[in-house]
Ligand binder design. Structure first.
Ligand SMILES: CC(C)(COP(=O)(O)OP(=O)(O)OC[C@H]1O[C@@H](n2cnc3c(N)ncnc32)[C@H](O)[C@@H]1OP(=O)(O)O)[C@@H](O)C(=O)NCCC(=O)NCCS
Length: 126
C-alpha cells in the first residue's frame, strides 16, 4: 500500500513530550522532503529511529540513505552504542534500505501496531 503524500511541515507543529527527541530533516529548494525522528535513551545508550519518511516524488534518490548516515554519525558521536528500528514485515522499501545499510533483523512483535501486521525490530551496533 502506498502511503499518502503528507504535509511534512505540519508534522513538526507539536510539542514533543520527549526532551531527547531529535528531528533530522532533508530539504530541497527550501522545502522539507524527508525527515527522521529519533529518540535517545541513556539507560541503554541507544538511539531509536521512531520514524523515517521521504515524500512521494523524492524517493529512490538516496535521500533516506543520506539521512540515515547523518543519524548514525550523530548517534555515535553522542555516545549511542546501538541504533534501533521497527517496521512492518511487508514494508519492502524500508527493509531493503535497512538491510542494504547493515541494519539487521533482531526480533519481532505481533502486537506493536494494533493491526494484523507483524512488526520487525532491527538494529545496528555503532
Ligand atoms: C523507506 C523510505 C524512507 C526510503 O526512502 P528513499 O529516500 O526512497 O530511500 P533511498 O533512495 O535512500 O534508497 C536506498 C535503498 O533502499 C532500497 N529501497 C528504497 N526504496 C525501495 C523500494 N521502493 N523497493 C525496493 N527497495 C527500495 C534500495 O536498496 C535503495 O537503493 P537503490 O535505489 O540504489 O536500489 C521511503 O520509501 C518512505 O518514506 N517510505 C514510507 C515511510 C516508511 O515506510 N518508513 C520506514 C518505516 S517506518
Amino acid at each position: 500500500m502506498e502511503p499518502l503524500n503528507e504535509d511534512l511541515e505540519a508534522m513538526f507543529n507539536f510539542e514533543s513530550p520527549n526532551e531527547n527527541c531529535r528531528f533530522f530533516i532533508a530539504k530541497e529548494n527550501g522545502e522539507i522532503v524527508g525527515f527522521s525522528r529519533v529518540h535517545f535513551y541513556g539507560w541503554n545508550k541507544s538511539a531509536y529511529v521512531i520514524s523515517l519518511l521521504v515524500n512521494i516524488g523524492y524517493r529512490r534518490r538516496g535521500i533516506n540513505s543520506l539521512l540515515l548516515r547523518v543519524v548514525e554519525d550523530f548517534a555515535r558521536e553522542n555516545g549511542a552504542h546501538v541504533l534501533m528500528f521497527d517496521t512492518a514485515i511487508d514494508n519492502i522499501p524500508a527493509l531493503s534500505l535497512y538491510l542494504k545499510n547493515g541494519i539487521k533483523i533482531c526480533g519481532y512483535n505481533e502486537k506493536l501496531y494494533g493491526n494484523a501486521k507483524i512488526a520487525l525490530y532491527l538494529a545496528k551496533e555503532l
